[in-house]
Design a protein. Sequence first.
Length: 227
Amino acid sequence: MVEIYDSHEQGEIVKKWLRENGSAMVMGLLIAFGGLFGFKQWTAWEVGQKQQASSEFLVMSELLSQDQLDAAMSNYQTLKDEYASSPYTTLSALQMARARHDAGQLDLAIKLLQDVVDNGTPMALAVIARERLARLLLDQDRTAEALAVLDGATDTTGFEARYAEVRGDIYHEDGKLDDAIASYQLALDQLEAGAGDRSTLELKLESVRGATAEPLEQEPAGDEGQS
């Protein structure tokens, strides 16, 4: 049965609803407007944070380009302390790792790359750091650790060929030539046209294939000159 209220009854119903729910409605409006204001404040703060992080990163990059590694560390530390979740901090760690490597400070470079692998954002930068970390470990003949670093990747989208190539280098160093061949071939298959150094990959593959080829049997010396 459909109930039909007259205007007086409808008015009473509205008054009753307001008495019971009016406070909640007003509070909801205050929260909504407050949230809008807060969102604008938060957006302005976020923009400011990005600009400050960008400035620190640019100064650090300039100092590194001038080989002022110690001075650049101050900016890098500021990024780590105040903008830990910023992509600029991850980029700065990658740059600092390269600078440490070039300065022969391999342990510090490895530590920086490991930090990016564990905490870097966005994920693509962590994927790059993981590949570089594996290469550094390989350079130190720490092949088992290098392989474990590669195996720890959950997503290598866009970097499949690079990962396969490093894996091939590790297997080659360990003397696992069949595995190296398979990895180099996979790297070639996954390498996009115009990307990467295909000729170097092909040379690596052919070199390992040559090392696994069976040596040709020499013909026994003939009996030339005998009657």
